[in-house]
Design a protein around this ligand. Structure first.
Ligand code: NAI
Length: 305
């Protein structure tokens, strides 16, 4: 079978100066995509002034491997930054087909010690950052009737992680953004999916032993991300989990539930007595959109009479 190619496609990858973004960019470039390497060049916690060094270095690396790329050192965390990143793509390559929202920072602290600034900064880079760049890229994709958008979530957001209330809130917000973008983009052939990666990078180097970092190369995550950026991908709204060769799908699901006779009045004791059935996940299913859940509830109520 022919290989998956990106000839003529233009991809923006935010935070592509190192780690996962670098790996996504290298793979996309090796398959023919023209790349905008965005990276503010900051520290893991997003403090201090940025520099264009990281983005420039990556562009040199892509070019040395025979690829095509331009550097962009704007921060994703402002609306102007988002617009400027997309302008870099338009000026250099005339369009945007692919956007991988990957830029990120960490400000881990227990909730008791969390300062407002740590909360706001993490929200600004992850949530507002993905919004800012997507907001600028979406009209271009719509105009061209083609788009592939990736959000980067985390197990911390999907399941929780001690010391990461800001990060886990931000990361799950991106799933919400995907859930609705997939609906609004569908008629324009704009697909939106999410990656929940596990990789040894500078971000995780402090919490992972060196041998584990080695087993968790970002290169092992990128194939599913880049596949989701391809013309061959028809999925939208999927959360892919990837790390060290493990691949799976995570999803928001709802259990089959129960119906209690509302007209007779529902007591606290009714809930207590049926709590195990209410919580049951056997037979749980994901929904394509909010209305599908409403339809399921109406159907359950009518079946119960
Ligand atoms: P990394 O620190 O190597 O990459 C993040 C990049 O984003 C850095 O190069 C940084 O300079 C850039 N960046 C930070 N703020 C920016 C801004 N305002 N504008 C533009 N660029 C900015 O870390 P890693 O691990 O490669 O992270 C990539 C993404 O994957 C992040 O969103 C992270 O939260 C997410 N992630 C990573 C996991 C892992 O196991 N490494 C697990 C789950 C999620």
């Amino acid at each position: 079978m022919a290989e998956v190619r990106f000839d003529g496609r233009v991809a923006i990858i935010t935070g592509a100066g190192g780690g996962l973004g670098r790996s996504h960019a290298m793979l996309l470039a090796s398959r023919g995509a023209k790349i905008v390497v965005n990276d503010l060049g900051g520290t893991v916690d997003g403090s201090g002034a940025g520099s264009s060094e990281m983005a420039n270095k990556m562009v040199a690396e892509i070019k040395a491997a025979g690829g095509e790329a331009v550097a962009d050192a704007h921060g994703v965390d402002t609306a102007e930054g988002g617009q400027a990143i997309v302008k870099t793509a338009l000026d250099a390559f005339g369009k945007v087909d692919i956007l991988i929202n990957n830029a990120g920072i960490l400000r881990d602290k227990s909730f008791m010690k969390m300062e407002e600034e740590d909360w706001d900064k993490v929200m600004a880079v992850h949530v507002k950052g993905a919004y800012n760049v997507t907001k600028a890229a979406f009209p271009v994709m719509r105009e061209n009737n083609y788009g592939r958008i990736i959000m980067t979530t985390s197990a911390a957001g999907l399941y929780g992680n001690f010391g990461q209330t800001n990060y886990s809130s931000a990361k799950l917000a991106l799933v919400g953004l995907m859930n609705t973008l997939k609906l609004e983009g569908a008629r324009y052939n704009i697909l939106c999916n999410t990656i929940a990666p596990i990789a040894g990078t500078r971000m995780t180097a402090t919490v992972m032993p060196p041998d584990m970092v080695d087993k968790l190369k970002p290169d092992y995550v990128s194939p599913v991300v880049v596949y989701a950026c391809s013309e061959e991908c028809t999925d939208s709204g999927v959360i892919f989990v990837a790390g060290a060769g493990y691949f799976s799908r995570a999803a928001m699901v709802e259990g089959p539930g129960i119906v209690l006779p509302a007209a007779k009045g529902i007591t606290l004791e009714d809930i207590r007595d049926r709590i195990a059935d209410i919580k049951k996940l056997e037979g749980a299913q994901p929904f394509g959109q909010a209305n599908d859940q409403v339809a399921r509830i109406i159907s359950a109520l009518s079946k119960a009479g």
